[in-house]
Design a protein around this ligand. Structure first.
Ligand code: LLP
Length: 390
């Protein structure tokens, strides 16, 4: 287990001199995470792709590229960022239900590793554009396996009634269709069942589903070079100091033990949150502390525009006062300055007695924090700093 060096592991000199709000990235935590992934995948035909949507900060993306991971993309913008960071096009997957023509052309022009295709209309458009460009498109079909990942309703993706993927009962006809298209090379099957998955059972069920499908298609002489099981591994948002790394061992072991890969078959993963969430914190300064009839509010200079997860998904992030020397505690609602009643980071949170000017860390914000920031209320986008003790 990776241990942080001081109370919460922050380089306070850097924190105190940087204008708030900003994202603080602990590069040692990022490196420990990447090293742990390498350790648990070495010796297996496993390829981890980083889902850039979790954090597109060029500095972070570049570090990840240097560890030899592939890239999971959902837009032309992410494709450009991945190229700039040094990912190889053949190690890129392009996912998403609504790829536009220019994005497909861009992927084809670089001969990316695979398009994760979500429907027959998309398959036909990719075939047509590949024909026009005299290219062959490598594709994986995204299957909706109808597995409930027991996660927040807004981030579950693998159940039958949401917009993602191809329903399993239609798969046979879509495969036949794909095999008939001259500019399509069907290389794999793709799954993604949701995000912030903290139980292992949904992944076990996914392995069973994949095994059944492989038995079925191998018996018909159809071989897939690659199976992509998506991402979704959750992190411990409640214990950022004592439990900064997700349980990669248990996660990869589930696939090692239960997914029966065939000869010449690679297993791809598309992890986002589990790679970058723990290394990032949003640092903010207390603008005011105010009391209403029943409540005390800590009002920060960071708001939902900097980190929207609590407002959008009722997500929990640990909140720490980095500068208070008080031994007494009090209960606060921790809120931002944006003119929306959902601009709340936490209700009824116990903190040391907090005052104007204190520095506050909102932890585990490295994934879907900076990448989902907006300029609502004409606020500036948060900036970022990077720290390493090495
Ligand atoms: N692959 C596909 C096809 C995806 O849709 C996603 C995430 C991933 C991989 C990466 O999943 P991860 O390993 O990060 O769970 N904004 C939300 C999360 C949205 C996830 C969208 N898809 C949040 O802040 O919780």
């Amino acid at each position: 287990m990776f241990q942080v060096s001081n109370q919460h592991g922050f380089a306070m000199g850097l924190v105190e001199k940087t204008p708030t709000p900003f994202y603080y990235y602990d590069m040692d935590v990022l490196h420990a995470t990447l090293a742990d992934i390498s350790r648990h995948t070495a010796g297996f035909p496993y390829h981890v792709h980083y889902a850039l949507k979790a954090n597109g900060n060029p500095f972070i993306v570049k570090e990840i590229a240097q560890y030899g991971l592939g890239a999971d993309l959902v837009s032309g913008g992410e494709l450009k960022a991945a190229l700039e960071a040094g990912f190889k096009p053949q190690d890129m997957n392009f996912s998403g239900v609504g790829k536009t023509d220019w994005e497909i052309r861009m992927g084809l022009s670089y001969d990316i590793g695979s398009f994760n295709v979500e429907s027959i209309p998309e398959l036909e458009v990719i075939n047509q554009l590949a024909d026009e460009m005299d290219k062959t498109a490598h594709i994986a079909l995204r299957i909706n396996p109808d597995i409930d990942a027991h996660t927040h309703k807004y981030i579950t993706t693998g159940t039958a009634d949401n917009k993602f993927g191809i329903n399993i009962e239609k798969l046979e006809s879509v495969i036949e269709h794909a095999l008939r298209l001259p500019n399509i090379h069907l290389c794999g099957l793709h799954f993604h069942i949701g995000s912030q998955i903290t139980e292992i059972q949904p992944y076990f069920m996914l392995c069973e589903t994949v095994n059944k499908l492989l038995d079925h298609y191998e018996a018909r002489g159809i071989h897939f070079e690659m199976i992509n099981v998506g991402g979704g591994l959750g992190i411990d948002y409640y214990h950022p100091d004592s439990h900064p790394l997700p349980d990669f061992e248990q996660y990869f072991n589930t696939f090692k033990q239960h997914l029966k890969l065939r000869p010449n078959q690679q297993l791809h993963f598309e992890l986002g949150r589990s790679i970058v969430a723990s290394c990032g914190s949003l640092i903010s300064r207390v603008t005011f502390v105010k009391e209403n009839r029943n409540k005390q509010f800590v009002i920060l200079d960071a708001g939902m525009t900097d980190l929207i997860r609590p407002a959008l998904y009722e997500a929990h992030h640990e909140i720490q006062n980095l500068t208070s020397r008080e031994t007494e505690q009090a209960t606060y609602d921790v809120v931002g300055p944006v003119c929306e009643s959902t601009d709340v980071f936490a209700h009824d949170r116990v903190l040391p007695v907090t005052r104007r000017g204190d520095l506050i860390a909102i932890r585990s914000a490295g994934a879907y924090g900076e990448s989902m920031a907006s300029t609502y209320n004409m606020r500036a986008l948060p900036h970022s700093v990077f720290h390493s003790n090495k």
